[in-house]
Unconditional design. Structure first.
Length: 200
């Protein structure tokens, strides 16, 4: 009778503990993000920030500064609503901001669109002074993956696969490829001893 394989049959207590830790982490992350004076979303290509402001404001009442590495959004004469360094640079020519009326009157919001320079990395936060989110837990919608060109999509899918493999203690795609090459080489050279071969 074989003993339970820990890889395929993890201890239910460990799974429950991990799920609890994950829920706690997510709740803490959500609470931290809710405290921010702005809301933000991202795709692999861009970041969108929305900041609620009083409904009587006009564009000229706003003080908005966007550079390749920094952002500042403030109502003139007041403390900034968001200010700081981006975690990664943006394509300034593709970035924009607008002042829009919201569906819940009376109110407006500043909508800032940021185009990432690097289109294959998730941002842990909009500005480096803000609390981080766990980017390893992001699962992009597959429809968004299909929007990417072939090379970028392949790179993103490989990153996602490697991330999942790391989480379960498996081999990354590069390690798997090396292992497959070694097996093929072993099959072609049965006379050689590979018992001490290191993969790295």
């Amino acid at each position: 009778m074989s003993s339970a394989d820990p890889e395929n049959n993890p201890d239910p207590k460990e799974v429950a503990a991990r799920e609890f830790e994950e829920k706690e982490r997510k709740a803490k992350e959500d609470a931290e993000q809710a405290q921010l004076p702005y809301k933000w979303t991202q795709t692999i290509k861009d970041v969108d920030v929305t900041i609620a402001v009083p409904g009587n404001l006009r564009g000229r009442d706003m003080d908005v500064v966007l550079t390749k590495n920094k952002i500042k959004v403030a109502i003139k004469g007041q403390e900034p609503l968001i200010e700081g360094d981006f975690p990664h640079p943006v394509l300034l020519d593709e970035c924009s901001w607008t002042l829009e009326t919201t569906s819940q009157p009376p109110g407006k919001e500043v909508a800032v669109h940021l185009d990432k320079v690097n289109k294959v990395e998730w941002w842990p936060h909009v500005v480096t002074s803000a609390p981080k989110i766990d980017v390893s837990k992001i699962t992009p919608e597959s429809s968004k993956l299909s929007d990417l060109d072939g090379e970028t999509r392949a790179m993103v899918e490989k990153m996602m696969y490697d991330q999942r493999q790391k989480e379960i203690g498996g081999m990354t795609s590069d390690e798997q490829r090396k292992m497959d090459m070694l097996k093929k080489f072993q099959a072609e050279h049965p006379e050689m001893d590979f018992s001490n071969a290191q993969i790295g």
